[in-house]
Design a protein around this ligand. Structure first.
Ligand code: ZN
Ligand code: ZN
Ligand code: ZN
Length: 376
């Protein structure tokens, strides 16, 4: 797909195939079905996202004894019926004043055990537990960890398009003025660039300058960027419904020997993490490969977070590249490789690419160079 051509929209058949796969995997896992409330699982399974996610229950029930059924508040039924996946769904509704959990109990089996979206509100889960005698639940990430983790070609094309747009944003941002401007101003430039290159949603634009770069969760603040700073730029959002997430660290003026050294270590760690990616390798091996380089250089304690996370219809999702995650990599999985070193009060460096597992190795979805770019 050329970078500027919009992919064809997902059809009701695409959503129906995902619903059938979800149900089949649930039954194989010994569950009685899958229950999905608004959020990324519902978007992925139906294309439907309510305008606002509220206390009113919306519930997709995938069970073996009836067609995929979306229970919605009556006032939202028109919206739901116009979703891309609607032709593949049966609909049921409830009105204000009804008990929505009683309405959903007809879809479920007493004593049944169901996979439920991780993001379901406790309010709704407690209501279902009360309404369906003896029912029990397991989070979808725990029960069906592979469900959204392995991407189809139509999803990979969208992820690649999002990555290409983020790369174009990076190539532009290195040309703007850094020194003398606030982090929030550069962050606003980054958000504009992501939108200009086709993102419909900007999720984050981290600009961590100087000592702020040492806080991996810093977003952007009022600090004025100075000559001599390293600046961590971590940005992403959704394009065609799929995520981008990339990080580069730039130097405002020529870097010091120490800044260059720390950057070289992170760059080598990121490369080692990417080089470790191939089918069958456990997720934790990606973390180990990147971390070994940083530990070897003496910065182990300053690498404060896991090496990566999955990406798809959200910018952060399973699987996680973290010690203890033994899930083997499968072709089509898509995730970040993003080691960093954080020296409190001084500086931070992180480099992040999105990669996908191929039949025999790995493909990067970000292609901007990893060198320490000097900006003005
Ligand atoms: Zn990131
Ligand atoms: Zn990330
Ligand atoms: Zn992140």
């Amino acid at each position: 797909m050329p970078d500027d051509a919009a992919p064809p929209p997902f059809t009701a058949d695409d959503f129906a195939a995902r619903q059938q796969r979800a149900l089949r995997e649930a039954l194989d896992a010994g569950l009685d079905g899958v229950l999905v409330t608004p959020g990324p699982d519902l978007v992925w399974l139906t294309g439907y996202q309510p305008t606002a996610i509220t206390e009113r229950l919306t519930l997709l029930a995938l069970t073996p004894d009836r067609p995929a059924t979306l229970l919605v508040p009556r006032l939202e039924r028109g919206d739901a019926e116009s979703a891309a996946g609607a032709p593949a769904l049966a609909f049921a509704d409830w009105s204000d004043g009804d008990d929505p959990y009683a309405a959903s109990s007809g879809l479920l089996r007493p004593g049944g055990r169901y996979g439920v979206s991780d993001s379901a509100w406790a309010l709704h889960l407690l209501g279902l537990q009360r309404a369906v005698a003896g029912s029990s639940y397991v989070g979808l990430t725990e029960g069906l960890p592979m469900l959204r983790a392995v991407k189809g070609d139509d999803e990979l094309a969208r992820l690649a398009a999002a990555g290409a747009a983020a790369d174009r944003a990076y190539e532009e941002i290195v040309g703007v003025r850094f020194a003398g401007r606030r982090e929030t101003e550069v962050a606003a430039d980054l958000a504009d660039l992501l939108r200009r290159f086709g993102h419909e949603q900007v999720d984050f634009t981290v600009v961590g300058s100087g000592p702020n770069g040492a806080n991996p969760h810093h977003e952007a603040g009022s600090r004025v960027i100075e000559e001599g700073d390293l600046v961590v730029l971590d940005f992403g959002g959704l394009r065609y419904g799929y995520g981008s997430d990339t990080t580069r660290t730039v130097s405002v003026g020529e870097p010091s020997a120490r800044q260059q050294e720390v950057h070289d270590v992170v760059r080598a760690a990121q490369q080692a993490g990417v080089d470790a990616v191939r089918p069958g390798v456990a997720c934790q091996e990606i973390d180990r490969a990147a971390r070994a380089v940083i530990e070897e250089a003496g910065y182990g304690p300053q690498f404060l977070h896991r090496t990566g996370h999955g990406i798809g219809v959200t910018t952060h999702e399973p699987p996680y590249m973290v010690e203890g995650e033994q899930q083997p990599l499968v072709p089509g999985m898509c995730f970040s490789v993003e080691p960093g070193i954080y020296l409190a009060g001084e500086l931070g460096v992180r480099i992040e690419d999105i990669v996908t597992v191929t039949d025999d190795g790995v493909r990067r979805l970000n292609s901007t160079d990893h060198g320490l770019r000097v900006v003005g």
